[in-house]
Ligand binder design. Structure first.
Ligand code: GLA
Length: 384
């Protein structure tokens, strides 16, 4: 059944608008977005789907099909319940209301096949699908980039995660078979076709659910800001870690900050360099060379940025032993979720089988695998 049938079944009438917005992968460039650096994400073929219809009154009725839960609220009294699924929808409603754009309630059904807590940005998918659908329902005439910013603000202000712009940007702007090289400082971007030769993008899911709202994410952001404040005293042109370079992290800087802040800054500057070098390698079809950058990224995330966990490290170590794997690293915010791997197509099944056994005996968990294809971003769904 699709989201339209779910809506008809639940509310008993036909929705006016339906939209979908995908999750994302990120090849390299992690924790760089809120430091105004570079990222290399792509939208995926798993998405959040919403169907909506206007109401005459001020009531908002939400139904999360996958959970079988309904949530009702008055448009003028939006509550935040930390960790509740409704926050990702109501955060967007809150933004639209603040713009004075919403004048009535609505009914909404949500269904989503992006795994949650796996680092594929199910939250951005829900926010962007909601923004896309309500934009059409209330004829708000907002551009795609406005919707990207709105969804990010919803997450920052309503959900309380001070995330960067990568997830929403990839979800809304993604294109079939392309990755996006995005500069988070000025939002300039370019698509490039992903020619991976005989390799495919494969995610291994640790099964450890991460929770960005857990505070560690926001803490990383603060530590980077502390580093920027110290750098700025000597280098006034530095407004973010994007403006900093390795020579600036000299002895004077090292003695002015904690070793933690030093390591966070070092990681971010190095990751931006890795991404630029990695893109050049991809353009030369040097997949092994790009894979080495992925391993470098993981090492930095694990040792300097400290956002990995033992399950992620274990899987990346396994990948390093396989000739058929060009590179691997943890993906997304960290503390769980998936590793992203570039694996030769013919070896994918046998490697999954082998890793599953090793992972099961070391960690006592199943190892889910997803083979990913870069896909189209947010879209309205046509009625049949
Ligand atoms: C999460 C955030 C993103 C980004 C990544 C790490 O997915 O939502 O903005 O910071 O973590 O790269």
């Amino acid at each position: 059944m699709d989201v339209k049938s779910f809506f008809v079944e639940y509310f008993g009438y036909v929705p006016q608008i339906m939209a979908k917005s995908p999750g994302r992968i990120n090849l390299i460039g992690e924790h760089t977005d809120y430091n105004l650096g570079f990222v290399l994400p792509a939208a995926i073929d798993k998405a959040a789907y919403v169907a909506v219809a206007r109401r005459e009154d001020q009531l908002i009725r939400l139904f999360a099909k996958d959970l079988g839960e309904e949530y009702q609220v008055d448009l003028n009294l939006l509550p935040t319940i930390p960790g509740h699924w409704s926050a990702y929808i109501l955060g967007v409603v809150d933004q639209m209301r603040k713009m004075g754009k919403l004048n009535s309630g609505f009914d909404l059904v949500l269904t989503c096949d992006v795994p949650t807590g796996a680092g594929m940005s199910s939250s951005a998918a829900v926010e962007c699908a909601t923004a896309f659908a309500l934009n059409a329902l209330f004829d708000l005439q907002l551009e795609r980039l406005d919707l990207v910013r709105m969804a990010q603000k919803a997450e920052n202000e309503f959900v309380g995660v001070k995330c960067g712009i990568m997830d929403m940007f990839a979800s809304v702007m993604g294109k079939d078979a392309q990755v996006i090289q995005l500069d988070c400082r000025d939002l300039s971007y370019q698509f490039f076709p992903l020619n991976l030769g005989g390799y495919k993008i494969v995610l291994f899911d640790t099964g450890v659910k991460h929770s960005l709202a857990g505070g560690e994410y926001n803490l990383r952001r603060q530590q980077c800001e502390q580093g920027v404040a110290v750098l700025k005293e000597r280098f006034p042109e530095v407004n973010s870690l994007r403006d900093a370079n390795l020579p600036m992290l000299d002895e004077q800087f090292r003695s002015a900050v904690s070793s933690t802040v030093y390591n966070r800054c070092l990681y971010v500057i190095e990751e931006n360099i890795r991404l630029e070098q990695g893109c050049a390698l991809l353009l030369q079809n040097n997949i092994k060379g790009f894979g080495d950058k992925m391993y470098g990224s993981h090492k930095g995330l694990s040792e300097l940025y400290e956002v990995s966990c033992k399950e992620l490290d274990f899987l990346v170590d396994l990948s390093k032993q396989e000739d058929a794997i060009a590179g691997a690293r943890m993906m997304g915010g960290g503390f769980g979720g998936c590793t992203i791997n570039l694996i030769e197509s013919s070896a994918i099944e046998s490697i999954h089988e082998k890793f599953s056994k090793q992972y099961q005996s070391a960690m006592g968990r199943e190892l889910a695998m997803y083979v990913m294809v870069p896909s189209e971003g947010s879209q309205l769904i046509k009625f049949d």
